[in-house]
Design a protein around this ligand. Sequence first.
Ligand code: GRF
Length: 204
Amino acid sequence: MKLKLAVLISGRGSNLKSLIDACAAKDFPAEIALVISNKQNAPGLNFAKKAGIPMAILDHKKYDSREEFDKAMSAEIEKSGAKLVCLAGFMRLLSPWFVEKWHNKLINIHPSLLPAFKGIDVHKRVLESGVKTTGCTVHFVRPEMDSGPIIAQAEVPVFSGDTEEKIAARVLAEEHKCYPAAVKLIAEGRVEIKDERVLIREKN
Ligand code: GRF
């Protein structure tokens, strides 16, 4: 049986699209049961619509607290049968309650080689720092922002004369491979967390 995913977005949804495309392959071990957006007009919703994936739009402004919003999302996710929650450009901080509830079942993609460059404005800070390599990271979510056991990373070079846009595009192309690859590893049951580090089992 395929692992059911819930994908949470707020905007463009290009990582959602990469997951939709990966899941379209017959032998891919996961399928998307639900897409949640906190923005009614998130462009990424069109990818879900086109693929016929159930969607839930939950406007965070309609809830009294972060935790109430997160509880409503959690109820939708449980209803959908999803067992793994994938953050894909979801621009809301999650409550400790949600992070605890989905412990080791909640993953995120971040456009840097964590633990370097947590937070926002990543590519600007990458340029300013002078590093020659950057990349992306898929990791399990822990209460502290952009931290948690690392499942997969991919590197890209930083060239002289690069701009934020060029780096972002180079990193994004890797994100689109890295996220489905990480989901596949989890769905195949090959990911184990030991001492807050991910161990990947060999394929049988
Ligand atoms: C990506 O760069 C991802 O790493 C970050 O937010 C961006 C989302 O892009 N968390 P998209 O909405 O998936 O196109």
